[in-house]
Design a protein around this ligand. Structure first.
Ligand code: SF4
Length: 368
């Protein structure tokens, strides 16, 4: 286990958001946890800590691995459809979800197992070489590796590669503002719609996530979609789904895509059964009744729940089976080929044909 923080370490850089407290501790302001640290102590995310009287990030330029995925896997259904995305993450997380599906990475305290060293420039160069139209900071939350995430996003944009953040939206105000000024798209994980769930199951709070969603919608032009992982008995009641969808419709409008995805038993929650497909269908129907126009089911084969219908004429303009796009009836700039209505999202050229492939790649071996 690597726990000692060393300012000389090549992966350790000064953090941007923190301040001193009267009692001698320093407070990290990157996320709402507001960890208050003594010298040598790490925060809950484990990748930030205090050394030499400042808060540092200890994973700048270190990755848990790279993989080329379909962008639909992030999930993003209205962002460069069918294209491939170079995905990577680091270690650690600022939430502590008992159902985490990436816990080997997010809860890793062994930073040394981060195998790929990668500068922002080498990531952008690799994405270009591999024909990816975007780079996704995913697996764990880019909020906690903010300084690295922002530099990666900038290096990508300089080459015409888009930057994507897959995030729980659990960010402090200034960190949130900085991160989303540098990315083009995001998928925000809205884990549930009760404070009780966030507190008991994820060890966090709901309101900061809602603040992030409001911020994205009203203060940025970042394209974003929302994902809710439905867990049997914990966040899948009709009442809770109604409340979530009503909030989205009233605060974000009907055009933000919403993905309901299926839970599979993992990490500390192996006693809960997998989500039945009917639950996803039920949730989708509720969302449609609230007027949301683009509601998808994920982690299942569901022809109905994988479709996009044109809000103008009702024609099915995109069919998907898991991550594979079938019928595609949009123009290169995202208009319905039948009636010309513009679909919300980011469309730029013909549909990609990456399909469902998953291609692990190593940047370290390439000298990145
Ligand atoms: S990012 Fe969040 S969890 Fe990590 S040290 Fe800062 S306040 Fe704590």
């Amino acid at each position: 286990m690597t726990s000692e923080i060393n300012l000389e370490d090549r992966y350790t850089v000064p953090g941007r958001y923190w301040h001193r407290l009267d009692d001698g501790r320093v407070q990290c302001d990157v996320c709402p946890r507001e960890c208050r640290l003594h010298e040598g102590q790490r925060g809950l995310c484990f990748v930030r800590g205090r050394v030499a009287d400042q808060v540092v990030l200890t994973t700048y330029g270190r990755s848990s691995g790279f993989c080329v995925d379909p962008v639909e896997k992030k999930p993003l259904n209205h962002f460069l459809p069918g294209s491939s995305v170079l995905s990577f993450g680091t270690a650690g997380c600022n939430l502590a979800c008992k159902f985490c599906q990436n816990w080997d990475i997010s809860k890793s305290r062994e930073i040394d197992r981060l195998s790929d060293a990668a500068s922002p420039e080498s990531i952008a160069e690799a994405a270009e070489r591999l024909g990816c139209r975007s780079v996704a900071m995913t697996y764990n939350d880019p909020v906690i590796f903010l300084e690295y995430a922002v530099d990666v996003a900038d290096a990508c944009r300089a080459r015409g590669i888009r930057a994507v953040a897959v995030t729980a939206g659990y960010a402090g105000e200034a960190a949130r503002r900085e991160l989303f000024a540098h990315v083009d798209a995001a998928n925000v994980d809205l884990k549930a719609f009760t404070e009780d769930f966030y507190r008991r199951v994820a060890a966090g709070h709901l309101q900061p996530v809602l603040d992030t969603l409001q911020f994205l919608r009203h203060e940025t032009d970042v394209w974003f979609e929302i994902t809710t992982l439905l867990i049997p008995g914990l966040n899948d009641s009709d009442d809770e789904i109604h409340a979530e969808c009503a909030w989205i419709a009233a605060n974000l409008g009907p055009d933000i895509p919403l993905h309901f995805t299926a839970f599979h038993p993992d990490y500390k929650m192996r006693d809960v059964p997998p989500t039945p497909p009917e639950t996803l269908t039920r949730a989708r129907r509720i969302a449609l009744r609230h007027g949301l126009r683009f509601v998808y089911t994920g982690n299942v084969h569901d022809a109905e729940g994988g479709r996009t219908a044109c809000p103008g004429c009702g024609e099915v303009v995109v069919e998907r089976d898991w991550y594979v796009i079938g019928r595609y009836r949009l123009t290169d700039d995202g208009r319905c080929r039948s009636c010309g209505t513009a679909l919300p999202g980011r469309y730029d050229g013909p549909v990609g044909r990456w399909g469902a492939r998953r291609l692990p790649v190593s940047l370290a071996r390439a000298g990145g």
